[in-house]
Design a protein around this ligand. Structure first.
Ligand code: NI
Length: 226
């Protein structure tokens, strides 16, 4: 999950995360069995939960349960607030992410990517720029670090109805796609951090007591500046 950038770009104080009910690997949350269920905000898994750190499984059925999961993921992403959210972040082992971001002209870029492929341009080799290159992740709440990303990307995926599409993006939207796509391969942006940024992030994750299964936080319930 990609967090929104905050003006100060700095970490918030350590936060207490709640132990949550374990979500069995590969199982959607129980309420997904109800096709007409109201949307709900889902708990967001924190660094250390195993489903975040493995290659996720392809989605096999474009059914009501998938539609309900997508609706809940959008609800959870907006509540966080964030601009992207991947299924493993809500405890679901599935290759699927949602995104929603308003560009500087107020144009909304929103979508669902099921079983995506992502093609990216070569990485720029210039030094990273704090602020401009800062990323955050709702599964590593409260931190931001400069992260190297390709400037352009092509996304090929299915929407929640099984419609295939291809889109191109550059800049921040291309960054969102790369961040979310990585989640489906068990890669968090922290895994990509360079030099002092990586060392600092690992130190802070240890200090938070993360890196163990079972931690989550819920937007609107836990008061966290993610
Ligand atoms: Ni993330």
């Amino acid at each position: 999950m990609l967090a929104m950038r905050s003006p100060d770009g700095e970490r918030s104080p350590p936060i207490a995360l709640r132990k949550r009910r374990r979500i069995a690997d590969g199982c959607a949350p129980r309420r997904l069995q109800t096709t007409m269920a109201r949307m709900s905000i889902l708990p967001i898994a924190v660094w250390g939960e195993s489903v975040l750190h493995r290659v996720n499984r392809p989605v096999e059925a474009f059914d009501d349960a998938l539609g309900a999961l997508v609706a809940d993921m959008f609800e959870t992403m907006r509540a966080a607030p964030g601009v992207g959210l991947a299924a493993p972040q809500v405890g679901v082992d599935a290759r699927l992410f949602v995104y929603g971001w308003d560009d500087d002209n107020g144009v909304e870029h929103k979508g669902v990517a099921v079983n995506p492929e992502l093609f990216v341009s070569p990485y720029p080799l210039e030094p990273l720029t704090p602020q401009d290159d800062d990323e955050g992740c709702l599964s590593v709440p409260g931190y931001r670090y400069p992260t190297r990303r390709a400037a352009r990307a092509i996304l090929r995926a299915y929407d929640e109805h099984g419609e295939y599409y291809e889109k191109e993006a550059e800049g921040w939207l291309a960054r969102i796609w790369q961040h979310e796509y990585d989640h489906l391969d068990g890669i968090l942006y922290v895994n990509r951090l360079e030099g002092k940024y990586g060392a600092s992030a690992r130190r802070q994750i240890r200090a938070e007591g993360w890196g163990v299964p079972g931690l989550s936080w819920t937007p609107g319930v836990d008061d966290i500046d993610a």
